[in-house]
Write a protein that binds this ligand. Structure first.
Ligand code: NDP
Length: 242
């Protein structure tokens, strides 16, 4: 599992939200392959356990930590657990997210709006609020927020999702300025369509879409950047338009 006998992350502790499937699982596998101890967060235990087992079978180190990013006390308990168990949180990947591509905004039920914004935006605030103090104490860390090209462009029939990701970009740029004084790097990754369960991507050719490993590769690049610089934003596109 370790890449070419290298261990660039050297037992750093990495927390990945939404790590049971899709992009989050690929990021967890990648960070473990780079030598991190990976904490897999999400609501459903079974997919987290199967991703962790896969990592551990491949000689990586993974631990499962059930956590709902929409619940501040759940996120705070997760951060407390990581701090007590490891005394550090070097990398936080805010990946957990939900879609919401059901039609025009004026027909969207208010509960759906709340679920999208609460998970994709407020959830990231909860995670940064809970984990950043551990990084500030250590005067080092890297926070990576998984946004979307829907945070750079209009998305008809996905206005709430687009709003959550435009908001996440603004949050990321601002928090990056707040935390760089503490040697904490904040990066935002904006992928185009990725072949996962998030969306059926109706009308798109899935063979041309990005794969979760493409996003994980970017995260691997970001966290292995030498400490004196950081990539603040990545726009990731498939080579062929799907
Ligand atoms: P998936 O639907 O495959 O996975 C989403 C993950 O988020 C699941 O593991 C889910 O686990 C977790 N999750 C959802 N709600 C919560 C919650 N309240 N608390 C904790 N975990 C939660 O989607 P993707 O892998 O495609 O998406 C990952 C990220 O990438 C999202 O932020 C998405 O917006 C972004 N993205 C996706 C693109 C795509 O085309 N797929 C394109 C650009 C960005 P569980 O339900 O068990 O909690």
């Amino acid at each position: 599992m370790r890449e070419a006998n290298l261990n660039p992350l050297n037992e750093q502790v990495a927390v990945v939200t939404g790590a049971g499937r899709g992009i989050g699982a690929a990021i967890a596998r990648k960070l473990a392959a780079l030598g991190a101890v990976v904490i897999l967060c999400g609501r459903k235990l079974e997919p987290l356990e199967s991703t962790a087992a896969e990592i551990n079978r491949a000689d990586g180190r993974a631990q499962v930590l059930p956590c709902d990013v929409t619940d501040l006390s759940s996120v705070e308990a997760a951060a407390q657990h990581v701090d007590t168990s490891y005394g550090r949180a070097d990398i936080l990947v805010n990946n957990a997210g939900v879609g919401g591509f059901g039609g025009p905004l004026h027909q969207m039920p208010a509960e759906s709006w709340d679920q999208v914004l609460h998970t994709n935006l407020r959830g990231v605030y909860y995670c940064i609020r809970s984990f950043a103090p551990i990084m500030v104490r250590a005067q080092t860390g890297h926070i990576i927020n998984i946004s979307s090209l829907a945070g750079k462009n209009p998305l008809p029939n996905g206005a709430a999702y687009a709003a959550s990701k435009w908001g996440l970009n603004g949050l990321s740029y601002s928090v990056a300025e707040e935390l760089r004084v503490h040697h904490i790097r904040v990066s935002v990754v904006c992928p185009g369509s990725v072949d996962t369960e998030l969306s059926p991507h109706t009308g798109k050719d899935s063979t041309k879409m990005l794969q979760p490993d493409d996003v994980a590769h970017v995260v691997g690049m970001l966290v292995t950047q030498a400490p004196q610089s950081f990539v603040s934003e990545v726009l990731l596109r498939p080579t062929m338009k799907p």
